[in-house]
Design a binder for this molecule. Structure first.
Ligand code: NAD
Length: 308
């Protein structure tokens, strides 16, 4: 974590990039150990359906990082008209491939495909984002086998900010998606936090947030969380990634979180920036989960990085 130079020591900007880098150094050693002692290279397969440029960019970034770790990464691109049997065939092939230990289906899928049906085709032992119904049940029951990458990354960040834990803290999770909001809430409950799950039908979201010790914003709505919503001293984790067109920006768009960073920064005790907060943690935990699944395929124990 780095102290924000403009606000001195009481307000921290959580350095997701730096924390992820620290983890990646450990993961690289684990990959080397697997290769040296067990003659095995972890293998990750990523399936992308359609030509959404944002998804393509995510996949390219993930693949680059994963390969830098010494992990074998294979990307499979299917056209946006792909049908259920095409995916079934591909997932089945990867389930049977001994060199592949982890399978990720990049979401969202085109509307005609059911993500639930497709994710449930993955062998649960290769389900790197922990979204298979069986893995969801284990997590909801408080005995996770594999934790979805983004919530795992957020929990890791919270563990750095609160080394003594978050027991009894009031947490508002904004968003109830299967990918982020719900698994996040289950994890926090497991850590004995008092959790409020907010969503697009929640009334008085500002009031819920004002009572929170921790706010986790995963709504996909740029600048939703305003300065006035945040209690002084609260901790704010911004999961949102929103692309706002800006012809003057180098990439043609600005990347904004769900939190009005400039307003909240001076009030929160700690806040994650966008970019450079949760995003790098998601990639780090994708790598973590890939290595973990590889160790599990060998029936070897894997170190518990998340203290749960
Ligand atoms: P989603 O669209 O599946 O779910 C959004 C959730 O937010 C829904 O439950 C919805 O009810 C709620 N919501 C939307 N607008 C709201 C509002 N105004 N008030 C309260 N609740 C509201 O999205 P998702 O997949 O959960 O992703 C959420 C955001 O996180 C997106 O911006 C996404 O790009 C980003 N994301 C980032 C990472 C990362 O690594 N940083 C990973 C996954 C998702």
């Amino acid at each position: 974590m780095t102290a924000n130079s403009s606000t001195k020591k009481h307000h921290l900007t959580i350095d997701g990039r730096g924390l992820a880098q620290g983890l990646l150094e450990q993961f690289k050693l684990q990959v080397q150990e697997l290769s040296l002692h067990h003659k095995i290279i972890p293998g990750l397969a990523v399936i992308l359906v359609g030509d959404d440029p944002a998804s393509q960019l995510y996949v390219a970034t993930k693949t680059q990082r994963v390969r830098q770790m010494g992990i074998k990464s294979q990307d499979f691109y299917l056209p946006k008209q792909a049908k259920m049997p095409d995916l079934q065939q591909l997932v089945q092939k990867l389930n049977n491939d001994h060199a592949i230990h982890a399978i990720l289906i990049q979401l969202p899928l085109p509307d005609h495909l059911s993500s639930r049906q497709i994710i449930d085709l993955i062998n649960p032992a290769k389900d790197v984002d922990g979204l298979h119904s069986q893995n969801v049940a284990f997590l909801a029951n408080g005995q996770p086998k594999i934790i979805p990458c983004t919530p795992a990354g957020c929990l890791y960040l919270l563990q750095q900010v609160f080394p003594a834990g978050i027991s009894g803290k009031n947490v508002v999770v904004i968003g109830r998606s299967h990918l982020v909001g719900r698994p996040m809430a289950w994890l926090l409950m497991q850590q004995n936090a008092t959790v409020t799950i907010a969503h697009r039908y929640t009334k008085d979201l500002a009031l819920h947030c004002q009572r929170a010790d921790i706010i986790i914003a995963a709504a996909g709505s740029a600048g939703l969380v305003k300065g006035g919503w945040v209690r002084p001293g609260a901790v704010v984790i911004d999961v949102g990634i929103n692309r706002l067109p800006n012809p003057n920006a180098a990439r043609g768009y600005d990347l904004l979180g769900d939190v009005a960073f400039d307003e909240v920064q001076g009030k929160a005790a700690a806040i994650t920036p966008v970019p450079g907060g949760v995003g790098p943690m998601t990639v780090a935990f994708l790598i973590h989960n890939t290595i973990k699944l590889c160790y599990q395929s060998l029936e070897k124990p894997y170190p518990n990085i998340l203290k749960i």
